[in-house]
Design a protein around this ligand. Sequence first.
Ligand code: NAD
Ligand code: 89V
Length: 343
Amino acid sequence: MTELKGALIGCGFFAINQMHAWNDVEGAEIVAICDRDPERLDIVGDQFGIARRYSDAEALFADGGFDFVDIATTVQSHRALVEMAARNKVPAICQKPFAKTLSDATAMVAACRNAGVALMVHENFRWQTPIQAVRTALDAGAIGTPFWGRFSFRSGYDVFSGQPYLAEGERFIIEDLGIHTLDIARYILGDVSSLTARTRRVNPKIKGEDVATILLDHESGATSVVDVSYATKLSKEPFPETLIELDGAEGTIRLSQGYGLEITNAKGTTRTDVSPKLLSWASRPWHNIQESVYAIQQHWVDQLKRGAEHSTSGADNLKTFALVEAAYDSASRGQTIDVGAML
Ligand code: NAD
Ligand code: 89V
């Protein structure tokens, strides 16, 4: 199979997962890396045996020699780096959150479209094995037409030790984690016409909100609740599981803690273990996320080779990003937001 050559920008905490996954992906290899922090550049370069190392992204693009770029930096640099990729006619993957604002995200999509290059947002949660299992059951008609859903991520896990910047932003849980949960809600129940949100900060040591409850009106007529919390101390820590409840005209689906999938309909109830695989380089409890990193990167390569649209293309992700902005707007104004009018 033809090997696509890739370059990775941003050698931080999460990029380690992406580099491991690139080793497993068929049809692509990373040939160059870039980070403005020389220590991170050396750690990742040495661990993964990458000789071509750059401290400046402009210099990386000037030297070229790769077919795509994987942007794994934090959000502040996403717009500049995606636009740099577009100017250099290089297809790009960009980590979530896609951008700082919806207008930045819209400009990034336009830049890649005008340059004729593919753009995919690394919105990996919909690629998790349990989420895919829910979607497969729905598509098979297991519960008929869904009319109600709940997408829930409630945890007391210390995310700040690995990602200290999460404690420092004015915005926290919706922008960082809720963005995944909102994307899952869209993936399962379709696009959203309006939403209403409430937020709270419980942990006094962080700047942003760590609890959010969001009511979504889907274009299909279904209603759902997205509820996320990093202030929820449970006897058994569920991080990083998204739990799902779906009620349909002909049955129900429940994805519960421990990766159990229960489907009830006229035929009775079935229970299946939909645990993610523990990849050779993965570790619990992150293995669910790590497996989805591999899955989305393989999808990137497969679709790029076919010239086909990616599931989480930049254009698709505008609809998820709009939900993030709408949720903050709704929480601050205490009003329901018309999401359709934002796009
Ligand atoms: P990090 O701060 O640990 O790493 C970012 C790295 O990028 C740093 O080493 C920094 O020096 C480098 N960098 C920043 N701007 C640069 C630039 N212009 N040029 C070159 N290097 C630059 O951050 P992280 O925790 O690895 O997060 C990175 C991104 O991954 C964030 O957007 C975060 O939201 C996302 N993330 C996604 C998931 C997921 O499951 N999809 C999980 C964790 C983090
Ligand atoms: O997926 C993420 O973006 C991570 C985490 C799961 C820890 O919130 O920041």
